[in-house]
Design a protein around this ligand. Sequence first.
Ligand code: 5GP
Ligand code: MN
Length: 319
Amino acid sequence: METFSTDIYEIWAMSKNIVISTHLSPDGDAVGAVMALAMAVSEIGAKPIVLIENYAEKFDFIKGKEYIFDGDYDTIEPDVFIAVDCGAKKRLGKAESVFERAKTTFNIDHHISNNNFADNNIVLGGVSSSCEVVFEIIKNFCTLDKYMAEALYTGIVTDTFGFKYNSTSKKTMEIGGGLIDFGIDYSSIQDKVLYEHTKTEVEIFKKALENLKFEGRIVYTYLTSEDLKKCGATSKDLDGIVEYILNIKDMEISAFIYEKDENLCKISLRSKSADVNKIASIFDGGGHMLAAGASIKGDLNSVISYVLTEIKKELKSDE
Ligand code: 5GP
Ligand code: MN
């Protein structure tokens, strides 16, 4: 990692336009990693151009919004493209066309399903978060400050649920502790990104609980586009549903499916020990062993039925 970081520094420091992007529907790890990288790249004299979809308001306190580009992507002339927290190239959405034009590409990630799609791949599957990977890279050539620490801490706590998931290592905690030394308000960051909810989030959560179904050790729920419309909710308001229902005693796998578009559904899978990345891969998705997702073409009922069939197969093969 140490030597590799030197190479990275040399390439980034010699570049002018550095595009930094992440997966569609950015979560806390995506926003934190993108912004920490943007601040680091700016510190070494390059111009960060951040390509990121709109994200939830709760991440607005993270600094670096001024680097977000909202013009015509065709006008960007990328020297370097850094994809972060993005397990597959297609998850870059419309930024993929900018990736294709970049002279040098980087893929910084922690998804086990990542297929090393860039020229330079720093993919540490199993590490807590992309923010942990980003920390390990930028600490070697950057003077970290409070704003970078806030961004990185956000990513680590959202992806580990406050250092709880088993992807949390001793090192993760040491990094978290080191970030606290920058004077960040760690308690209020955790409140904001993990516990506080908007009324819309609670309304849509209520609907998801109304739709809850059990099948043996599988618990699942769904939301129709009508449900989302009635609550005034979007994909940004759905965090936490699939994790919450997995907490139900004796459940092994939870699934949450919602209608994203006409004939397109998004699924989220969580498990206590079964490999849900394997299930998501069947649908051309991916993620981590205990948390994965995919987008599947089809109407809600057929998608629910495909997904349940595959989950049942996986649980059977596990027995
Ligand atoms: P979520 O269920 O919260 O959307 O995602 C859970 C995990 O799976 C995240 O790490 C996310 O990046 C990954 N994931 C979700 N959807 C997809 C997908 O369509 N393709 C891939 N490769 N990964 C996904
Ligand atoms: Mn992540």
